[in-house]
Ligand binder design. Sequence first.
Ligand code: SF4
Ligand code: SF4
Length: 332
Amino acid sequence: MPSTGDFPAAETMNGPMNAPTAPTVDLTHLDHLWFQVAGTRCNLTCHHCFISCSPRNDAFGFLSLAAVRERLAESVRLGVKEYYFTGGEPFLNPDMTAILVETLQYGPATVLTNGTVFKDAWLARLRDAERESLFSLEFRVSIDGFSPETNDPIRGEGTFARALRGIRQLVDFEFLPIITAARTWPIEDDQPVVGRFERMLKASGYTRPRLKILPTLQLGAEADRTCGYRSSERVTPEMLAGFDIRQLVCEHSRIVTDRGVHVCPILIESPDSLMAEHLAEAAAPFKLRHGACFTCYQYGAICSNPSSGSKSQSGESSAGGGSTAAADNPMP
Ligand code: SF4
Ligand code: SF4
């Protein structure tokens, strides 16, 4: 388990690329603001968690409603367009429902959850808040297999059934969650795996499932489960020639933790990711010196939602339907 202030195990072993040779990415505009709202605390202990979250990992702490409120106010001045909430498990934070209700006054919100701890009262309040808001509220729920046999060895005994129950709760409260699954199978099997997911979700009552297959990040628990990044897996300046830099989350995002503002949701445990105390001071270019940057380069926009904007602009919150095997978010 990564501990405070250390590089994740794989990065320590292989070392980040020499700073002078790593290419840098500028923050073009702060479009997306993330909150590590549950720190590293999670009710689960998944074997592929890239920040090794668990019920006992308090390396990063919860963000309070007051702390989030302060950043929301700051974000307006900077023109932030969308908000994302992750952990750990966000709904372990006792302020989570209130935080989302408040955020919906500022812009579209997405919460990344394992779906196992919802209470109907929270979802009812969130449904009502979304109805009254100009903006959409998206849920991303992680399941890493289409059956208990494929999911539970990774996410824990009984988690398939619990997550499926959470998805049904969301559907009952009129949400259309995006189901995210980390690719723990060979990439050439994507098509049949996506098909199995679709059939399973429809059979369970989610008739318009949306599905995203995500790459794993060789950090934290996942580095222990498989392997860390090789020293050759780094982004070089030459690789960025002709590359659409907007695909990288750090080009348009920052994340707030209880320690300050970091470059992206993936690298919060790396000391060089901590950029500033306030958002306005966290706009410096960042050196792509980590193995995880190589995964971002390979798979593109792995942290952002396809949806954004007000409900009337995007229609995403009610459109639903279809599934993709595109890389999207690597989070809970
Ligand atoms: S891990 Fe990805 S988002 Fe984070 S700094 Fe590297 S390229 Fe950017
Ligand atoms: S992958 Fe998500 S659900 Fe699993 S331990 Fe990490 S934060 Fe928790």
